[in-house]
Design a protein around this ligand. Structure first.
Ligand code: SAM
Ligand code: SF4
Length: 397
């Protein structure tokens, strides 16, 4: 199966300036695996490659497997509405964008649904103007409305989530969502043609669950029509009661932190997947020429797909590199290392610079703690998406 960097060389031939920017960020994420893992007295900003901006806790969908808003998600109802009162303004973000622009990193704007963040358009425009690589991950339901501005403002990449062809997708992501996305693709492509623009790169992200794994090729086929430039199959983040309990105890003991977020991924949508069938489907997809790269994360050996879904206690990647090269800024300004598990707070960008936080005492405490773990990973991180993307491949997987 393809690996995560296969998109960069292809991009170089088509969009040199953008590829160079992407390469600079990716290179640091890749190098982080091989460089010493300092936990004290080192300027970690030299290694920073990627910063996530989780712009809002709100979303207009309830995708079943979603760790935030799915069957076990906590960003729901009144809690999410109360949290939304804490979101940062565009003015709050400006200093951190100015600071991060110096490091030429990749930024990734997400949520919740980023198009529900009221200042998304001025913020993304400002980031592009500052020279950052700006990628946005969206459910695509509002894409049609914003297509013109997105192309005009030259966003680098837009990753749109689709989990299957129409009916199956809608059973996971909500009625009508597929057709909304398709209208968004059409509007985006129309606008790109009208302006003769190659911005943004258009990507599709598919999260594999027991609900959609049999229908992946039908989706890939349908995407042929829409000038997709990369299609990513994310094998999904899952956990179980025992792993959540272990992580809860560990984080309390070692980092005085009460965890809330991991439970959102304890959904059971990993169960009952016929691993051989899924492997064959993915292989067929990877063998065909779709005109754009197909990337599976994590890329696994065939017999390990069963382990990935059925034996959640077995690590498939280890030695997490996230605390050395990545961070997530939450909607309220709190900075975390783990984008999907914003429990351990490193600091808040309203009170400190990003650099002070990333090199701060709490950040180094986290690094020291993870360095001391067997396999360089906490007990709850076994299927963490960030670790699947950039963690160390365990022999045999
Ligand atoms: C949480 S969403 C936020 C951005 C936007 N609302 C969207 O749906 O694209 C980010 C990505 O996580 C994916 N996702 C949802 N549940 C997941 C899970 N259990 N494991 C891995 N990825 C998941 C979504 O499909 C989406 O591609
Ligand atoms: S659209 Fe995104 S944030 Fe909203 S429920 Fe679906 S995956 Fe979660």
């Amino acid at each position: 199966m393809d690996y995560n960097f296969s998109v960069v060389p292809l991009l170089f031939t088509k969009k040199f300036a953008l590829a160079r920017k992407m390469f600079r960020g990716f290179r640091r994420l890749w190098l982080a695996r091989y460089l010493p893992k300092h936990d004290y007295g080192f300027n970690h900003l030299q290694r920073l490659g990627l910063v996530y901006f989780k712009l809002t806790p709100l979303c207009n969908l309830h995708c079943v497997m979603c760790g935030q808003r799915g069957v076990k998600g906590m960003l729901m109802g009144k809690f999410a509405a109360d949290e939304a009162r804490t979101i940062l303004s565009f003015e709050d973000y400006k200093p951190v964008v100015d600071e991060l622009a110096r490091y030429r990193i990749i930024t990734y704007l997400w949520g919740g649904e980023p198009f529900l963040y009221p200042d998304l358009m001025p913020l993304a425009k400002y980031m592009v103007e500052k020279g950052l690589y700006v990628s946005v991950n969206t459910n695509g339901t509002m894409l049609e409305h914003y297509a013109e501005q997105i192309v005009r403002d030259k966003w680098s990449t837009i990753f749109v989530s689709l989990d299957a062809f129409r009916d199956v997708n809608d059973s996971i992501r909500g009625k009508g969502s597929y057709d909304h996305v398709i209208r968004g693709f059409e509007a985006l492509n129309r606008e790109k043609r009208r302006r003769n623009s190659t911005y943004p790169i258009l990507g599709v992200v598919t999260t594999v669950t027991n609900q959609n794994y049999l229908y992946l090729e039908r989706l890939a086929e349908a995407m042929r029509e829409y000038d997709i430039e990369v299609h990513l199959f994310n094998l999904g983040t899952y956990t179980n009661d025992a792993i959540v309990a272990r992580q809860r105890q560990f984080m309390l003991e070692k980092l005085d932190t009460n965890i809330e977020c991991l439970e959102g991924y304890n959904t059971g949508f990993n169960t009952g997947i016929d691993a051989q069938k899924l492997y064959n489907i993915l292989q067929d997809i990877h063998r065909k020429d779709w005109g754009h790269p197909m990337i599976t994360v994590p890329a696994l050996n065939p017999e390990k797909i069963r382990v990935y879904y059925d034996e959640l206690e077995v690590p498939v990647r280890n030695h997490c590199v996230v605390p050395w090269c990545q961070a997530d800024i939450n909607y309220n300004g709190d900075v975390h290392f783990c984008a999907d598990y914003p429990d351990y707070i490193l600091g808040n960008i309203k009170n400190q610079t990003f650099g002070e936080i990333f090199n701060g005492e709490r950040a180094n405490r986290f690094r020291k703690t993870i360095n001391a773990c067997e396999g360089g990973m906490f007990p709850g991180c076994l299927r963490c998406y960030q670790n699947m993307l950039f963690g160390n491949k365990i022999r045999g997987f």
